[in-house]
Design a protein around this ligand. Structure first.
Ligand code: NAG
Length: 366
């Protein structure tokens, strides 16, 4: 025949299944009854179309899941948070709510930066962190004072920051996201796990990097095994460490296990007994997390946390590998807004200049 009508029954079934999977179960069942058991072709077609329209009009916007993403904006490196946020926003259709955490003195700057750039379209809350909460909990004699930045500890206090969401993402500022953040948000947390992290031994390319720059990727690099308190934990020093720069966390479970209290306890004990390795590979916030979450975390897809880009000015990943990566992290000393640094172009793609002109990229020709 010249004209063919699409097979209505199959079409209706397909539409029903479509809505079923989008949780319009009730409407789906009604449609099935009214449409697919109908004998008459015309009613058949019209009811199918009408119901489709009704359902479409009624589909409530608020069913779209909101993804809370926590990022800190620290003085002197605010451009990092801006690049991270812009990369996330540009690569997703999801409804992201940014929690931008700063100190009292830095908040006006980040607010102006967002409101006077294309980032004004993002949904965000600016939250002030009161560093008084850390009093007596951090040692002042670390070899890298920049790691004592109070904002490094914001991740310990996530449930105090996020009240209306159960699941949250925390990201360090020295990252950019190349994939759709929804994928990271969909990371499954096993029952009883309050968080997911990327393991430091997860990818062969990471092994190469670790070998080439002589990096620690075990607990030995973070904890001082000469101390009895550390040996008493019964954690083998060769256990693979994880990087807490990218976290997917469950606030219900976090509160239930009193994770914040446990982390504070290990901060306090470090002040009293100096328990952490003096080389402090990954920063002072890492060691307490390694202790508290030992054996109790889920895994983040390794491509969602490609690390060590800031470890050495000589460390390089292949272009192909970096293209596949969903999230890049310049952990280490060599930051992409500074010089020297590696794979800087991938970061600078997302950077938005400071409208106030205060934050400047350090480049060899500048
Ligand atoms: C979070 O943890 C609670 C308590 O264990 C659990 O009931 C809930 O399903 C978890 N939510 C997610 C998103 O994993």
């Amino acid at each position: 025949s010249l004209f063919t009508v699409p097979n209505i029954n199959k079409l209706c079934l397909a539409i029903n299944l479509f809505f079923f999977f989008f949780q319009y179960i009730f409407v789906g069942i009604v449609m099935s009854l009214m449409v697919c058991f109908n004998q008459y072709k015309y009613i058949h077609i019209s009811s199918c179309i009408v119901l489709f329209l009704v359902v479409d009009l009624e589909s409530p916007e608020e069913t779209e899941e909101e993804i809370p993403v926590v990022i800190c904006a620290a003085a002197g490196r605010m451009g990092a948070a801006v690049a991270a946020i812009s990369s996330i926003y540009s690569n997703t259709e999801a409804n992201v709510l940014f929690y931008i955490v700063g100190l009292k003195t830095t908040i006006p700057h980040i607010r102006r930066w967002i409101e006077n750039s294309k980032l004004k379209e993002i949904r965000f809350k600016i939250v002030e962190f009161n560093p008084m909460v850390l009093k007596g909990k951090i040692r002042q004699d670390a070899s890298r004072p920049e790691l004592l930045q109070p904002l490094n500890f914001v991740r310990f206090y996530l449930p105090l920051l996020i009240q209306k969401h159960e699941k949250v993402i925390y990201l360090d500022d020295d990252i950019i996201v190349q994939g759709d953040i929804q994928e990271l948000y969909d990371t499954k947390l096993a029952p009883g796990h309050a968080a997911a992290f990327s393991d430091d031994c997860d990818l062969p390319s990471t092994h190469e990097m670790v070998r080439s720059v002589g990096m620690q990727n075990t607990y030995m690099g973070f904890l001082d095994y000469r101390k009895q308190a550390i040996r008493d934990l019964g954690i083998s020093p060769s256990t693979c460490s994880f990087n807490p720069g990218v976290i997917v966390a469950n606030m219900t479970e976090w509160k239930h296990q009193r994770i914040t209290k446990q982390l504070e306890k290990w901060m306090q004990r470090n002040v009293e007994e100096n328990l952490y390795s003096s080389t402090l590979g990954g920063g002072v916030a890492t060691s307490p997390m390694l202790i508290v979450f030992h054996g109790k975390y889920s895994a983040i897809n390794p491509m969602w946390h490609i690390r060590h880009l800031g470890w050495s000015p000589d460390a390089h990943y292949s272009e192909h590998f970096l293209q596949e990566a969903k999230l890049l992290h310049w952990n280490g000393r060599y930051k992409p807004w500074d010089y020297p640094s590696v794979h800087t172009d991938l970061w600078e793609n997302w950077f938005i200049p400071d409208p106030s002109g205060k934050f400047k990229l350090i480049r060899p020709d500048s």
